[in-house]
Every structure is written in structure tokens, then in C-alpha cells.
Design a protein around this ligand. Structure first.
Ligand code: CMC
Length: 397
């Protein structure tokens, strides 16, 4: 078999060195560049956090203003890129459109791109953060057959995204008086911060692996988006809402808990369990609190949130979940907030991708800047196929 160690899920293998995000899974600690996630979620704007992830330090007021301007300035997309959407069927999954259109950025920005030049790398990173929300909103507009809404420089990142999603051609969603409730913008900002980075998760590792070959960075991020889509990763937020709808009511909860415990049943409680967090996911704690605040502020009695609380309560008391240290993760409650923001369920993972772009490009920058001579990522395998054998002509097989 060769003399390799076998660790298919990277459970005990560090794939890189990084200074960006720290997780202590046993104590439920998450730090971005040393700052606790709770403090950043409470006090920051998402773009401030994006700057922190990219640069290593929080911006001062001037740096923040300039960075905001730079990101807004890069939000516009090429008209030809916008036309890509015309080629998609109206009911194409928005994640499929996102993978395709983000990947096509490589076709727009390839010739002049020199990954060895720090200025080029910076432009590429900020361009990705600027354009991802425009592309994401365009995929939604395409799916509902409404015209594309251009990004606005006078709105902050989250306001601008909501405006591009929901504005009607005759009326902007956010006017001078902030037509949209700032509380909703704050909730979106919070989710974006919580999703912005999470060290070497599957999608970030994909971006790094693709990046290790020297591939075009936009293509690397498209690879990360593809990895995020799966239900074991970012696709879980969409799967949670679908699961809650399937469970339907509190009376059915014990039946579904039993299904999740049955080794012969592939069903899993979506939004439960985490490779690293074995006590609690600090992001889930913050989101759960925000769900309560949001729904009570708008006096919305979301039956799915009530159901999620019942499901959580049952699971946390169950031996199976206790023994395996399975707790709600970030995706268990995030969909309830997205639903309150009128974001359609199939856009949930796209929302995750918008936020995680800040993390992906930070990791891509880090690997280019700090490990210039780094080797190509090239895992080995344990070969289980046939031993050497001789070719047999087709008429003798
Ligand atoms: N429901 C029921 N059983 C579960 C679940 C679950 N959600 N998660 C893990 N288990 C069981 C699993 O069957 C196994 O049992 P046993 O030891 O008897 O074989 C044990 O717990 C360990 O599970 P694992 O699959 O070996 O753990 P992992 O670290 O490889 O997987 C996970 C982590 C997140 C993929 C997994 O918990 C899962 O599939 N959860 C549901 C999907 C989900 O919510 N994903 C979002 C993750 S957080 C956000 C993100 O990463 O994007």
C-alpha cells in the first residue's frame, strides 16, 4: 500500500499554516485574527470584518471609508457577464448560476492578472468581494424574471444587496429614508460576519488546493463555491428549512429523531453536528438569540422556528446526540433569519457564499503572500486496485 498515513477526512492532518482564523472546538471558541466572534458580531460592519480578514487588523475610520468605496466601486459587473444569465433556464438553481458566472470572471480578468504582483492580488480580492453580491442578486432576479438592478455606491454592503434583490424597476427598495427596516439590515450583517470565515473547511481547502496550482483566482473561488454547495457543508442551511417543512409539526419530532439515529436510514438531522465543534457552535448561539429578537420585534410567529426549538430540545436530551457531541451548528437557525428577510430557500447557500468570499480570498491572499514557494497540494492514496497484469486483445476477452 505504500508508506502513507490514511486520513481521508483530514481529521488529524493540518493542510497549511494560517494566521487568519482560530477555532477551539471543545470550548466553542471562534476568533478572526484574534478577535472573538461575539465581539465582532456585536460591533462591526461586515466590510470592516472583511478588511480584518484580508489585512490582519481592523481598519481605522479612513481605511474603512476607503475600503468601502473600493468594494462599492468594484460591485458593477461587465454587461457581457450580465448577459450570461440569459443562457440559464429560469429555474436553474442559483448556486449553479453562481458557480458558472463566478468562474467566468476568469475569462474577463485573466490576461492582465499577475498573481506575483501584490497590487494585482489585492484588486482581485476586492473585486471578488464587490462582485459576488451583484452576481448573487442577479441570479435571483433572473429566476423571478425581473430586470437586473445595478449596485449603488450610496448604500452599505448589506443594504445594497437587499436593494439589488428586491427593488422594483419603478421604485428602489432602499430610499433616502431607509425604506427597509435597519433591524433587518443588521440581521443580515450579522449573518455575513458569522459566515465570513471558518479556517480550513471544505470550500476554503478547495480554494487553497486549486490556488496551489497557480490557477486563476476567480476559477479557484468558483471551485470553492462548488464545494460549499453540498448539504454536508453550506448547503445545510437550505436542507434545514426543507427538513423542518418535511417534519411539519412538533408531534412528528420523535419520529424524525428516531430516523436520524437509525443506522440503516440515511436521514440526518440537518444543521446538527460539526467536525470541529464538540461542545457548541458559538455562531449558532448568536444566531438563535437573533432569531428570537427578530421574530419578537416583528411579532412574527414563525412555526418553523418554534419547530426548530422543539427539535433542538429533543435532540439535546437524547443519548445518541449527547454521546456523539452533536449540537446545532451555524446552519440550524440561519435559514429562519433568511426567511424573515424574504430570501427564498434556494438562495440560502448563495447567501453563505457571499459572506464566505471574504474568507476564501483572504486565504488565497495569505497563501500567495506568506508561502510563495509552497508546494502544489497533491495528496497520495492507498491503492486498492489490481496488481500488474498483461493486456488481453478485445477478441480474447
Ligand atoms: N444527524 C444524525 N447523526 C449524525 C449527525 C446528524 N446531523 N451528524 C453526525 N452524526 C453521527 C454519525 O452518523 C456518526 O455516528 P456513528 O459514530 O454511530 O457512526 C457520528 O455522529 C459522527 O459523525 P461523522 O459524520 O463521522 O462526523 P463528521 O465530523 O465527519 O461530520 C458533519 C460532520 C457536519 C458533516 C455531520 O455532523 C453532518 O452531516 N451534519 C449534518 C449536515 C450539516 O449540518 N452540515 C453543516 C455543517 S456546519 C456548516 C458548514 O460546515 O458549512
Amino acid at each position: 500500500f505504500g508508506c502513507f498515513s490514511y486520513d481521508p477526512g483530514f481529521t488529524i492532518t493540518a493542510s497549511c499554516k494560517s494566521k487568519i482564523t482560530y477555532i477551539d472546538g471543545d470550548r466553542g471558541i471562534l476568533l478572526y485574527r484574534g478577535y472573538p466572534i461575539e465581539q465582532l458580531a456585536e460591533n462591526c460592519d461586515f466590510i470592516e470584518v472583511a478588511y480584518l480578514l484580508l489585512q490582519g487588523e481592523l481598519p481605522n475610520a479612513t481605511q474603512f471609508r476607503d475600503f468601502n468605496l473600493e468594494i462599492s466601486d468594484r460591485a458593477i459587473i461587465h454587461e457581457a457577464l450580465r448577459k450570461f444569465f440569459d443562457g440559464f433556464h429560469y429555474d436553474a438553481h442559483p448556486m449553479a448560476m453562481l458557480v458558472g458566472v463566478v468562474g467566468s470572471l476568469a475569462a474577463f480578468y485573466h490576461k492582465e492578472m499577475n498573481v506575483k504582483d501584490p497590487q494585482h492580488r489585492w484588486i482581485c480580492a476586492t473585486r471578488m468581494i464587490g462582485k459576488i453580491s451583484t452576481i448573487a442578486a442577479a441570479s435571483y432576479r433572473h429566476s423571478i424574471g425581473r430586470p437586473f438592478v445595478y449596485p449603488r455606491m450610496d448604500l452599505n454592503y448589506c443594504e445594497n444587496f437587499l436593494n439589488m434583490m428586491f427593488s422594483r424597476s419603478s421604485q428602489t427598495y432602499i430610499d433616502q429614508d431607509h425604506y427597509i427596516d435597519p433591524f433587518l439590515v443588521k440581521a443580515l450583517n450579522l449573518l455575513f460576519i458569522l459566515h465570513a470565515d471558518h479556517e480550513q473547511n471544505a470550500s476554503t481547502s478547495t480554494v487553497r488546493l486549486a490556488g496551489s496550482t497557480g490557477a486563476n483566482p476567480y476559477a479557484c473561488v468558483a471551485a470553492g463555491i462548488a464545494a460549499l454547495w453540498g448539504p454536508a457543508h453550506g448547503g445545510a442551511n437550505e436542507a434545514v428549512l426543507n427538513m423542518l417543512a418535511q417534519i411539519g409539526c412538533a408531534e412528528n419530532v420523535p419520529k424524525y429523531i428516531a430516523k436520524a439515529k437509525d443506522v440503516n436510514d440515511p436521514f440526518r438531522l440537518m444543521g446538527f453536528g460539526h467536525r470541529v465543534y464538540k461542545n457548541f457552535d458559538p455562531r449558532a448561539t448568536i444566531i438563535r438569540k437573533t432569531c428570537h429578537e427578530l421574530l419578537s420585534k416583528f411579532q412574527k410567529n414563525d412555526p418553523l422556528f418554534e419547530l426548530a426549538l422543539v427539535l433542538e430540545e429533543h435532540a439535546l436530551k437524547d443519548e445518541y446526540f449527547i454521546e456523539r457531541k452533536l449540537y446545532p451548528n451555524v446552519d440550524f437557525y440561519s435559514g429562519i433569519i433568511y426567511k424573515a428577510l424574504n430570501i427564498p430557500v434556494d438562495m440560502f447557500t448563495v447567501m453563505f457564499a457571499i459572506a464566505r468570499t471574504a474568507g476564501w480570498v483572504s486565504h488565497w491572499l495569505e497563501m500567495q503572500e506568506e508561502q510563495p514557494g509552497m508546494p502544489i497540494g497533491r495528496p497520495r492514496q492507498l491503492y486498492l486496485g489490481p496488481q500488474r497484469r498483461d493486456f488481453i486483445p478485445i477478441n480474447q476477452r
